[in-house]
Ligand binder design. Structure first.
Ligand code: FES
Length: 174
């Protein structure tokens, strides 16, 4: 139970916010994701035990939300919205550009573990497409290869600078 051992006070503080333990599922999953890097089956079962829930209930939450990762991911998770409105504004070209520059396809991670590329549905920023979410930050109007190059360079530099980036992106700057 590494979560309890390493984050006991934080977990208790979160549980105290809610009338029902199950309501704390999302904040506890973020703690677990930051502890383990991604949500392993064991991590999900740990969260379920803390919340006194059937593990299936917690697995369902992890499966529903795209900011929970059930497989290892890179420092930066690049989530490109490929929903219909963004496709009209170049989402597919953005995915192709990223795939070409990173040497991976969607749902893969670069060999240096810097970037994971994912396709997601509407991120509520339809008028500034093509866009992506890197951890929790939005980057918009990525409509040329040069802008994508600049973004990847910026993200690499920030990772190298020692900036604290939780896997969940909770500490990423807005
Ligand atoms: S359809 Fe892409 S952000 Fe809404």
């Amino acid at each position: 139970m590494a979560l309890r051992d390493n984050h006991g006070p934080a977990i208790d503080e979160i549980l105290a916010r809610y009338a029902q333990r199950r309501s704390a599922v999302i904040p506890l999953l973020y703690i677990a994701q930051d502890e383990y890097g991604h949500l392993t089956d064991e991590a999900i079962r740990e969260v379920a035990a803390i919340l006194e829930l059937p593990p299936t209930d917690v697995f369902e939450v992890v499966g529903f939300y795209t900011l929970f990762y059930d497989k290892p991911v890179g420092t930066w998770v690049l989530q490109v919205c490929d929903d219909v409105p963004c496709c009209f504004l170049g989402a597919e070209q953005l995915v192709e550009t990223l795939e070409s520059k990173l040497g991976i396809v969607a749902d893969q991670t670069t060999d240096d573990k810097m970037f994971t590329l994912q396709r997601v549905k509407c991120l509520a920023d339809c008028d500034r497409a093509p866009m992506l979410q890197a951890n929790l930050e939005y980057f918009r109007n990525l409509d040329t290869p040069e802008k994508v190059d600049a973004l990847l360079t910026e993200l690499r530099q920030r990772a190298a600078s020692g900036e604290v980036l939780s896997v969940s992106g909770r500490f990423a700057k807005g």
